[in-house]
Design a protein around this ligand. Structure first.
Ligand SMILES: [Zn+2]
Length: 58
């Protein structure tokens, strides 16, 4: 099993306002950063991590 240092963990975040979901990366320092966006397209609501029991990696 190879392990790359620059391979961030992935998670899913969901907008608290409209429910849209986005892929996010978990930085080594533990912060969660949505991929490709800064805020939800609705402009409202916080992006909260969706608890997933299974890895979303394929
Ligand atoms: Zn939203």
């Amino acid at each position: 099993m190879s392990k790359h240092e620059d391979e961030a963990q992935k998670t899913v975040v969901a907008c608290a306002e409209c429910g849209d979901m986005y892929v996010a990366r978990i930085s080594p320092d533990g912060s969660i950063r949505p991929v490709g966006i800064v805020n939800c397209t609705c402009g409202e609501g916080d992006l909260n991590q969706v608890r997933n029991e299974h890895s979303i990696e394929q």
